[in-house]
Design a protein around this ligand. Structure first.
Ligand SMILES: C[S@@+](CC[C@H](N)C(=O)[O-])C[C@H]1O[C@@H](n2cnc3c(N)ncnc32)[C@H](O)[C@@H]1O
Ligand SMILES: CC(C)=CCC/C(C)=C/COP(=O)(O)OP(=O)(O)O
Ligand SMILES: [Mg+2]
Length: 299
């Protein structure tokens, strides 16, 4: 089955009972689909339960110590969870800030949409159509269920689909993004697909962790993060080169490393730690890893 066949089949496979789950294009994608189908970490579900926006990305911004209050207080953990969630939503807001002017009749694409938190936020901000793709049928069902509960299922829709071969028509998408999902794919293949679906003058945004060429090679912490998530973190240089090769011209490159450290330091003190906190904190601090937003124009 080619990736085009996969996309066409996936386009009609969204509701639970009659779901047709397309075979992954590669064995690796099968592993990633299984990984996210089986994921149920409290650090993600309990944060999402705060307001119904379920994220699989990290946070930015200063910790509000006043909101956190006294650590001895019995409700402290609940406030800490709300604070981590606020920082994760702030990250998604920053990504949306860089999509440019979006009209109600535009369509946006979330490549690697997870449980759909960013898609809901995008629709709530712009009133537009938002289409998400994920390898995980569980995530697509979850995102569609949330959209249904919110009464926005006509505007927010997730499907099981490879982001490297989507069913969207050429040049019809106003803006698209990857929020912490580009480390699962080849960047040339990824940006070729974004470039194909985006209209000329459209906007592409990614927030990602990337290894820093100034460090030399991926550090042991970066290797640990790759092993933990079964992903393949790219370097900053690879992002910029692959964009340039695919008619995506950076308009803004923002180093969010300092802005994400407070999130990690707070998360490391919580009961919801997963064991990966040390690798993020150490790699951000030793300069081997960076948290980056890149916004690019499709020219
Ligand atoms: C870390 S999660 C990020 C989810 C979401 N962007 C967010 O911010 O909450 C990574 C996502 O990338 C998706 N993904 C990885 N490789 C993919 C591929 N080839 N095609 C589509 N989705 C993919 C996974 O299914 C998962 O939903
Ligand atoms: C910045 C990098 C390298 C990200 C890798 C992709 C990833 C797994 C993001 C967070 O997902 P999650 O929210 O499910 O992870 P966690 O359970 O750690 O919160
Ligand atoms: Mg998380």
């Amino acid at each position: 089955m080619t990736s085009t066949d996969l996309s066409a089949d996936a386009a009609v496979s969204t509701s639970a009972a009659s779901v047709f789950i397309p075979a992954p294009v590669t064995p690796y994608q099968g592993d990633i689909a299984r990984y996210w189908d089986g994921e149920a970490r409290p650090v993600n579900l309990r944060l999402g339960d705060v307001d119904g926006l379920y994220h699989h990305h990290y946070g930015i911004g200063a910790v509000d110590r006043t909101a956190l209050g006294d650590t001895d207080d019995s409700a402290y953990e609940k406030r800490l969870i709300a604070e981590l969630h606020r920082l994760e939503s702030a990250q998604a807001e920053l990504l949306l800030d860089h999509l440019g002017p979006v009209e109600r009749d535009d369509t946006l694409v979330d490549a690697g949409c997870g449980r759909g938190g960013s898609m809901v936020m995008a629709h709530q901000r712009f009133g537009c159509q938002v289409e998400g793709v994920t390898l995980s049928a569980k995530q697509a069902d979850f995102a569609n269920q949330r959209a249904h509960e919110l009464g926005i299922e006509d505007h927010v829709h997730a499907r099981v689909c490879n982001m490297l071969g989507t069913p969207f028509e050429t040049g019809q998408i106003a803006a698209s993004w990857n929020n912490e999902s580009s480390m699962y794919v080849d960047l040339h293949d990824l940006f070729a697909e974004h470039s194909r679906i985006l209209e000329v003058g459209g906007r592409y945004v990614t927030i990602t962790g990337c290894w820093n060429p100034r460090y030399g090679q991926p550090s042991k912490w970066v290797s640990q993060i790759n092993a933990h998530f079964e992903c393949n973190i790219h370097s900053r240089r690879e992002y910029l080169r692959a964009m340039a090769d695919n008619r995506l011209v950076p308009q803004a490159v923002i180093d969010l490393t300092a802005a994400t450290l407070p999130y990690w330091e707070l998360r490391a003190t919580s009961s919801l730690v997963t064991g990966i906190e040390e690798a993020f904190i150490n790699s951000y601090k030793d300069g081997s890893f960076q948290y980056l937003l890149i916004a690019a124009d499709r020219v």
